[in-house]
Design a protein around this ligand. Structure first.
Ligand SMILES: Nc1ncnc2c1ncn2[C@@H]1O[C@H](COP(=O)(O)OP(=O)(O)OP(=O)(O)O)[C@@H](O)[C@H]1O
Length: 466
């Protein structure tokens, strides 16, 4: 009731503002910078009052006169409205200040351009819903950009085979299946698609393979009449989801672990991408072996995977953990109760001691340290700290304790000149991290403009190349 009075009073004040400027030629500044009786109220209180209104009412108010325009259009008010949205404010702020101009990335600089969050709010409301598809080699995640999380997941390899090999028919079957499952027409909205982590080298043949894969994906999608496509590397999407534009992404993938240095949104292949030849599949396999050794019977690999996802963790100090009581149980529907003890942390330990699983691979911290060393040697920036932020991605990176352990191992392993300031960030959105990176882009106030290639642009480009 009180609010209605406040609103009514402000509204009549704003109307009288308009009338007065029409009727009598009052000097503009004196009439339009005043809120009449409300001038007595501190600015803070006025903004608090507006916060109780709906955004559309604040817009109406801002059209009334200059004083109300500056009050109702203030960034403070619209930041509040943006904070009320489903997406976190930190993510919105990161995206709107770091990603809004597309690639190459350009930060919004506070000196040269002030971002109007009122405009950002309005533009974000107009952005079309798009489909985000993160086609992982093991599991594909797909869903709408306006939804909080992916609506579906498929076992990519089991259903479609290797989608990293650019065979038209296979890619087509993959996308057709996803569109059917989502019950959407491909021609109705832009698509954000992750480019798989493969062909990492900086050689001409690797470049050609990457180009070939991207072109095949775009060809398939545009042949299905998709209006616009945004195709971004999976590791880069994971980095954006962690609200970073530079750093090292450690993706614990389905079959391999990939360590990707990224500077300002660009994969630094010339510095070197490290690959460790095992991944999530090996972790599940190792737990299965341990359970069999300890006479724990199960009927399916699904059970082992579920136990891994729910009971396993990474110990901060492996030796100390061996002497602790670490028993824990869980029930799996249709299979009964399972109790694990040492297997709970031995499984993740193979990331740091691959020899426990009989493998002669590099350990996770050695590979990340090697990557950091290469970044340091390359001397790409003045301050040399861009590679000290390590972002974990991939389902297995959700193992509790992994980030802390990796950070500890890196501190011990790296030379003192590099280890200062190293921080490891756990996957911000669990197994769906890369999908959420796509969501950040697809909800930008400037989307699809700077991030997408349209069907027309792609066809024209293809014609010019031949
Ligand atoms: N909370 C969890 N703890 C441990 N492992 C998990 C957890 N959640 C998912 N996983 C594991 O992550 C694996 C799938 O990871 P992910 O979906 O990242 O693969 P992907 O995207 O297909 O891999 P790639 O990066 O190779 O394309 C599965 O083996 C799953 O068991």
């Amino acid at each position: 009731m009180n609010l209605r009075k406040v609103w009514g009073s402000m509204w009549s004040r704003s109307n009288s503002c308009k009338d007065s400027t029409k009727a009598i030629q009052v000097p503009r500044s004196s009439s339009s910078s005043s809120l009449g009786a409300f001038d007595q109220l501190p600015m803070d209180i006025l903004v608090q009052i507006l916060m109780l209104m709906e955004p559309r009412d604040a817009v109406k108010l801002s059209l009334a006169c200059k004083a109300l325009k500056s009050l109702a259009g203030s960034n403070r008010l619209w930041i509040f409205y943006l904070q009320c949205l489903q997406e976190s404010w930190d993510s919105i702020f990161f995206a709107e200040t770091s990603l809004r101009y597309g690639y190459p990335l350009r930060m919004v600089s506070s000196e040269s351009e002030e971002l109007s969050f009122m405009r950002v709010y309005g533009q974000r409301a107009q952005v079309p819903d798009s489909i985000i598809i993160d086609g992982g080699s093991g599991y594909c995640k797909f869903g709408r950009s306006k939804n909080a999380s992916p609506s579906g997941r498929s076992a990519t390899f089991l259903e479609f085979g290797n989608i990293e090999s650019p065979i038209y028919a296979r890619l087509q079957q993959f996308f057709v299946t996803i569109f059917n499952r989502m019950q959407v027409k491909p021609s109705m909205q832009p698509i954000v698609v992750s480019l798989p982590l493969c062909h990492h080298d900086d050689t001409e043949s690797a470049k050609a393979s990457r180009r070939q894969l991207k072109t095949a994906i775009l060809n398939v999608l545009f042949d299905m009449n998709v209006p616009a496509v945004c195709a971004v590397n999976q590791a880069v999407l994971a980095l954006y989801a962690a609200r970073q534009t530079s750093g090292i992404v450690v993706n614990i993938g389905f079959q391999v672990i990939t360590i990707v240095p990224i500077l300002n949104g660009k994969v630094m292949r010339q510095v070197g991408v490290e690959v460790i030849g095992f991944g999530a599949l090996k972790l599940t396999g190792f737990l299965k072996e341990k359970m069999q050794e300890n006479n724990i019977t199960f009927h399916s690999l699904y059970t082992v995977r579920t136990l891994k996802e729910n009971l396993c963790y990474v110990a901060l100090d492996y030796e100390a953990e061996l002497s602790r009581d670490t028993q824990a149980s869980m029930e799996i529907l249709g299979e009964g109760w399972f109790t694990l003890s040492k297997e709970r942390f031995q499984t993740g330990e193979i990331l740091f001691q691959p020899r426990l699983a009989g493998m002669r691979a590099m350990s996770l911290h050695q590979a990340v340290a090697l990557c950091m060393d290469h970044c340091d040697e390359a001397g790409l920036t003045g301050d040399g700290s861009w590679f000290k932020t390590v972002v974990l991605a991939g389902g297995s990176a959700c193992l509790p304790g992994l980030a802390e352990r990796l950070e500890k191992e890196l501190q011990n392993y790296l030379p003192s000149s590099i280890c200062n300031g190293v921080k490891v960030i756990p996957p911000s959105c669990g197994v769906d991290t890369a999908w959420h990176g796509g969501k950040l882009i697809s909800n930008l106030s400037t989307f699809p403009g700077p991030w997408c290639i349209t069907r027309k642009q792609f066809r024209r480009k293809s014609r010019l190349m031949w």
